[in-house]
Every structure is written in C-alpha cells, then in structure tokens.
Design a binder for this molecule. Structure first.
Ligand code: DC
Length: 227
C-alpha cells in the first residue's frame, strides 16, 4: 500500500485554517483532521461531567477515556461525544478558551497523540491545528503555518458575528484572542510555533482565495500532487 500524504496547517485562533483546510481537503480529496475539535470536545466533556478545568488529574482521565467520533453528514463533519452531537456547542468562544486550557496539560496531549496520528490512513490527510507540523506529524510531506495580527483576526471574527445578525463587542473579542494566543504560544509542551521547515504565510493582507492559491502552489512544488 502506498504511503499516506500528510499536509499540516498550523496557526493561531481565527487565522483562517478551517476554511483553507476544507478547501485543500476538497481539492485533493483527502481526509481532514480538525485537531482543535478534539480539545474542544474534551473541554466540553470535562464541564459536562461537573469537573473543573484546573483539576489536572480529572482532565487527564477524561482525555484517556474520551468517547469521541466524527461522522460525515450532508452538511459537513459532525462531532459526537458518546451519542451526543456536540458540533455546535463546541464552537463557542468559551469552548475555544476551555479547549486551550485543557490542551496546556502535557499528559492530555500525550493521551490524545495516537488518536490524531491514526487519522493518517488512506490517500492523504490535511491536518489542522497548532502542533501538527512540529509534534503530531513531524515528517509531514508539506507544512504550512498561517499567521496574522491579533487585530486582524479579531476584526474578521467581529465581521463574521455581525454578519450573523449579532452585536459583537470588538474589545472583548480582541482580548479573548490575545489571551488564547498567549496560552497557546507560551505553554511548555507543543507550543504554537512554526516548524523549521514550514512555509509561513502572513494572511493579514490576503483573501482566502489568495491564501488557498499560495498554499496550493507550495504543496504542488513540494509534492507530486495535482488537483
Ligand atoms: O483550532 P481551534 O480554535 O478549534 O482550537 C481550540 C484550542 O485547542 C486552541 O486554542 C488550542 C488547542 N489546540 C491545541 O492545543 N493543539 C491543537 N493541535 C489544536 C488545538
């Protein structure tokens, strides 16, 4: 059987990884690993069990037992915790912050490592996260790191929420992004940093179509893949 091609896309919250990785998975007909969803589900499971996020032992136990699965439906990938569809509840800002907290425990990351590596089967995988190129798939065929300033990412998030008819608070969004960045970039294990061999793309001044085109050219230059 031929080897699975792995393409990693890392970067901070709100930088556009989700949209880019969906487009790349579609273009190459590859599987998609949304590793952030795993930490989000863990944060949700911990709270649902009535446990505290700072109770490291309990969080580690939950991570080891996490009954998580993904299912592909007509409207996209759904995330299940046991039998419960948690796809929407894990997408709130609070769920993102909780995910970032549980993700800072080294033993949690260790407990979830193999589960992420198991996604690399079949033709190819697009892996979306913070440490895909550095820790989970250090030998990936191609690595991309997206970045943009906190202000730009907060503005994008603000516009998304406004578009949904909500009345977002820009300063609050900016503060949440800054806090999550600080935690994700400064943790001792698997911090958010570009792999040495990653293409770093600053998306501040780019549209999603431009980010997609640049990523596609880079992947085609590094691998023999065609779309
Ligand atoms: O990508 P996301 O916003 O869904 O991720 C939520 C949090 O999960 C993020 O702030 C940090 C953590 N995370 C991580 O530590 N490692 C990953 N590979 C993916 C996410």
């Amino acid at each position: 059987m031929s080897k699975t091609v792995v393409i990693t896309v890392d970067g901070p919250a709100g930088v556009g990884k989700g949209e880019l990785t969906r487009r790349l998975a579609d273009a190459f007909d590859f599987d998609l690993l949304d590793s952030g969803a795993i930490y989000r589900v863990l944060g949700y499971a911990v709270r649902k069990a009535g446990l505290a996020l700072f109770d490291e032992e309990s969080v580690v136990s939950e991570a080891r037992l996490l009954d998580l699965s993904f299912s592909l439906e007509n409207d996209g990938v759904h995330v299940l915790l046991g039998g419960e569809d948690v796809s929407s509840v894990i997408r709130t800002e609070e769920a993102g912050a909780n995910a970032s907290k549980v993700a800072a425990y080294p033993r949690v990351r260790e407990a979830l490592l193999q589960r992420q590596r198991d996604f690399a089967k079949g033709n190819g995988l697009i892996a979306d996260g913070r440490d895909m190129g550095t820790v989970v798939f250090p030998k990936a065929d191609c690595k991309i790191f997206l970045d943009a300033s906190c202000e730009v990412r907060a503005k994008r998030r603000f516009l998304q929420l406004e578009h949904k008819g909500l009345k977002p608070d820009f300063d609050k969004i900016l503060k949440e992004i800054e806090e999550r960045d600080k935690r994700d970039r400064n943790r001792p294990v698997a911090p958010l940093v570009p792999a040495n061999d990653a293409l770093v793309l600053d998306t501040s001044e780019l549209t999603i179509a431009e980010v997609f085109e640049k990523s596609l050219s880079y992947i085609q230059e590094k691998t023999s893949l065609s779309v």
